[in-house]
Unconditional design. Sequence first.
Length: 572
Amino acid sequence: MAGVERRLASILAADAVGYSRLMGVNETTTHTRLRQLQAGTVDPLAAQHHGRVVKLTGDGALMEFRSVVDAVHCAIAVQNAVAEREAESPQDQRIQFRIGINLGDVIVDGEDVYGDAVNIASRLEGLAEPSGIVVSDNAMQFLDEALRARFVDGGRHDLKNIERPIRIWRWLAQFDVRAQRKRLERPSVAVLPFDSLGPEPDQGYFADGITEDIITELARFRSLLVIDRKSSFAYRHRYVPASAAGRELGVHFVLSGSVRHIGNRLRINALLVSAATDEQVWGQRYDRLLTGIFEVQDGLVQSIIGAMTGRLEDAVARLARRKPPESMGAYDLVLRGNELLHRHNRGDDLNARELFQRAVEIDPDYVLAHVRLAQTYLNEFFWDDSGALLGRAFEIARQAIEIDDSESWSHMVLAIAYLHQRDFERTLHHLRRSLELNPNDAATAAKAGLLFADLGQPEDAIEWIERARRLDPYRKDSYADYLGLALFCAQRYQEAIKAFEVTSDPKFYDHVWLAASYAHMGDLDEAREHGRRVLELAPNFTIGRFQRLEPYKSKADLERWVTGLRKAGLPA
């Protein structure tokens, strides 16, 4: 027809599942919540992906995009953002969208569009699962390999008022709704390809190598969900703001960065942002002289991983603290419990145990919940050396390894349990296994240092604790007492004293080691002063009980410690 404008367009049709039922329950609240989702989530994501809202229907929207890729990325971002936003609402009150996407010829009438392309998108939306996406075969042909991999063939379907059957593709993430909800509960990270800013275009291999190594090393942290390389590298030649990419990929955090290589110097900038708020969680610049390229690359990756994961843990803990207790999932409970464990207080340890036990009940396969639960029994064994407590720790630690033999902390906790049984051979086996699995976790490295000290290897102990302090420079003072203990075992008493005195909130056991260190330095006045502080903080302290509890492999190391405490005037 003359004068009719036509164009090829990517059409996205969305509607809210069970809208009539929700309106029947509470009309005003449902209408307000839907409009808030559209204005605060759907409309901004459409704009970010170069789309426009053609019109709003009572319970959904019709959108037009410049490309199928933009439409699909927008649909994934919308479904992930809405699922996360609605996760705390009661199950029967959650708003969920179904989305259909089609590519075809449309008739343009002012701001509106019509035609079979629009009708097919609307029909496809009706075939989608709640929180799902269905894409026509027409549209699927224009997706890159990484995006295609996220869909599965849904077969051919006859659609109302459409002459020919339409082959459809379904978004994989929604085949298991329970897995999706569980994924949203765990902290998730995507690493975007680092940009190469050097003058030589062929230097991009170094930036890609950094990115791939970071993805590999992050994947060692079993508490994190790390997006795979294929999905991350889909952003190699497509500029999208980091937070927008995070919403498309359905993750909480995104790491991006750049590599500048000029002459023999290398500069790397790394930035971690929250996908939901675009807030900068952590950022750091690294300058290096480029000597051995692989050694430099390994060192940079280690530094980035160590510093970043510490900030990531803090950010996730802040999110967990905002949640009301009744809506906390297993991961939230573990985070709350971890905060209590870090206080090194017997009462807090027992409260933490309740949280970890609840986490295990919610998710019996959540290995870190088992690991932390075992730690509480080991900590209590420190106060009450009961064989039953140690046995319970063993039982839970073994369960953790059965669940996931590749979780480094499962092996670390079992190593500690074997140490208290004086089974030094098995201690060393599980200690080494833990370090093999994740040498870039600062907490693992620090705890390894303590175990090496008990095993009579003080130089190895110092090396691993110093590594922990390099890996997480923001928390290096938290490991000062670990370093002091290792230095004492190496008979470097003056350095041990300096390390212990860094501790901002010394516990009674810090004063125990300071008393022994000053005694071996010949400063008995200071030794007795710290001995007095030990008895103030732990009135029931005796050398004999601690001698029985300290699992030293070397009798000479233990005797050196006991001698220092006797000189400090502590009771036998």
